[in-house]
Design a binder for this molecule. Structure first.
Ligand SMILES: [Zn+2]
Ligand SMILES: [Zn+2]
Length: 346
């Protein structure tokens, strides 16, 4: 099969012909129809920030396609089924996996980083990572359910415990944060404040239901302006990883408020006035990926017409152009949300 391979030590993908290994009995072979380019692919491929644990490495963790072959033990899928492949991998045996909390797995991984991903004509993976994709959801929109939509869903619904009627602030409205806006809207948030340093990202947030747009300067602490504009926030989700945002936002939180960290930052988090946090019982928590609940529940929201992802697809391109659109995403060329690779295009 044709695949976009990341050679060891390289910062650029190379189109290569790879052999497909024989299909293990618990695996499914999927003909890839769409694979999203994620911000983490920029770190992984262009910046060499993470190392692949296998070779040859084929990145891509937002994949949808059609079942092309099934192993002998596969029971839930048949040839021709439309499917989405979960982005996360897990051991399937630890107490968290057994409880259906795969994103807490002791051996959590990401498809593409620890096994071949979706920037290829085919992907072979375990049956338990697949979800049926109904006919009415296009492959491109189905693909991004795997991460760009499910990661913020877990953050908002399960870690953030959003209740209808609450006020929500989303800091950072890129590929993930923008879908946090859409999900907060779908789940009945009363008012959504979108915060970003980029006016194009805020325009996207508005299109997805943000009520107030707050354009901030780089490295500006957003808490003060958020407090002034909102009067109080129930749920704040950060997708930037810039910790001074969090430190300054504690005082903008309502009693019983939740702060959910999704963006990964390297600076330390210092909480000023801890008494404020204690007395108001404000919770600060992390959120990483999603578990088995997210994709089926998102498909349901989509079918109930509470979630529309049409605007998330910024273009569908051929496998050979993956490098070009990794750079275009990094440079935010044309204000993109998600570029999709379709290996069937030539
Ligand atoms: Zn991702
Ligand atoms: Zn596990």
């Amino acid at each position: 099969m044709k695949a976009a391979v990341l050679p060891s030590g390289s910062r650029s993908l190379e189109i290569q012909e790879l052999d497909l290994p024989p299909l293990p009995p618990n695996q499914v072979k999927v003909k890839v129809k769409a694979c999203g380019i994620c911000g983490s692919d920029i770190h992984f491929i262009l910046h060499g920030k993470m190392k692949a644990t296998y070779s040859p490495c084929v990145p891509g963790h937002e994949t949808s396609g059609v079942v092309a072959e099934i192993g002998d033990q596969v029971t839930k899928f048949k040839l021709g089924d439309r499917v989405v492949v979960s982005a996360g991998t897990s051991c399937g045996k630890c107490k968290h996996c057994l409880a259906g909390r795969e994103n807490l797995c002791e051996n959590i991984g990401v498809i593409g980083f620890n096994q071949r991903g979706g920037f290829a004509e085919f992907i072979q993976t375990e049956e338990r990572y697949l979800h049926l994709l109904p006919e009415e959801i296009p492959f491109a929109e189905g693909a991004i359910l795997a991460d760009a939509v499910s990661t913020p869903y877990h953050a908002i619904k399960y870690q953030g415990e959003l209740k209808a009627g609450e006020s929500v602030a989303i800091i950072g409205c890129g590929g993930l944060g923008i879908h946090a806006v859409a999900i907060a809207k779908a789940l009945g948030a009363a008012k959504i404040y979108a915060i970003d340093i980029d006016s194009g990202s805020l325009e996207n947030a508005k299109a997805y239901g943000a009520d107030e747009l707050i354009l901030v300067e780089k490295n500006m602490q957003v808490g003060k302006v958020l407090k002034e504009k909102s009067g109080g926030i129930d749920l704040l989700c950060d997708f930037t990883g810039y910790m001074p945002n969090i430190e300054s936002s504690v005082r903008a939180m309502n009693r019983g408020g939740r702060i959910v960290l999704v963006g990964i930052g390297r600076n330390k988090l210092e909480i000023p006035m801890p008494f404020f946090l204690i007395e108001r019982q404000i919770r600060i928590t992390g959120s990483y990926g999603s578990d088995r609940r997210a994709i089926p529940e998102l498909i349901q929201l989509y079918q109930e017409k509470k979630l529309n992802l049409t605007k998330s697809i910024s273009g569908i391109h051929k496998l050979e152009d993956t490098n070009e659109f990794l750079h275009a995403l990094e440079e935010k060329k044309g204000n993109p949300i998600r570029f999709i690779i379709n290996p069937e295009l030539s």
